[in-house]
Design a protein around this ligand. Sequence first.
Ligand code: 6GU
Length: 246
Amino acid sequence: MRLDIVTIFPEYLEPLNVSLVGKARARGQLDVRIHDLRDCAHDKHNTVDDTPYGGGPGMVMKPEPWGEALDGILASGEGEPVIVVPTPSGAPFTQQLAVELSAKPWLVFTPARYEGIDRRVIEEYGDRVDVREVSIGDYVLAGGEAPVLVMVEAVARLLPGVLGNAASHQDDSFAPGAMADLLEGPVYTKPPEWRGRGIPEVLLSGHHGKIARWRRDEAFRRTDRNRPDLIERADPAAFDKHDRAI
Ligand code: 6GU
């Protein structure tokens, strides 16, 4: 998969050299290209922002540097990328969207600072390729770079061969499947006793049926406590008598 990221803070994206994403890059599974938007601002001060038409606080990112940067990127590859525009006004970034994006060969991210990008940029590229305005949650950040780190990690770990164990995202919270509507439950490892705290007996029983039931009950309890909205919104057929007794 190819990823292009256009930013005025290339150094903010240094974490893409680390851990899972860094290793995927080193193995050639991810081709990440970071572009400095200021290279496309040609006045003396490499200006990328200006005051908003209609007045109001803050600054708006000017269209010309974005146009030059995105035209260059689009012309540099085969076919069409999906352009992901991080904005608190976007549609929610969900596991479903991560799965959808992970199937694309080429993504372009346009993290903005200030009050956002001149609307005409989104319209212009929306007429040419698939453009998605995406938010990572109901809070406001100072810019789109941290959301890009979040989205790239969520997408990269879904690529074939990137996670050590392909089975390890089968039972992720929010993954489709048997526990589709529930959060993941608690996990334990050695030692069997730590600061006087043991391991739930059933996990030592070797009884796979009982272990699966226990895990589901724990997942249900945790979901009921932390995210009751997920249970409200789920298909009632997803729950059995045993779940409902909890
Ligand atoms: Cl994608 N950008 C900014 N600036 N703030 C956010 C966001 C994105 N998602 C949630 N808050």
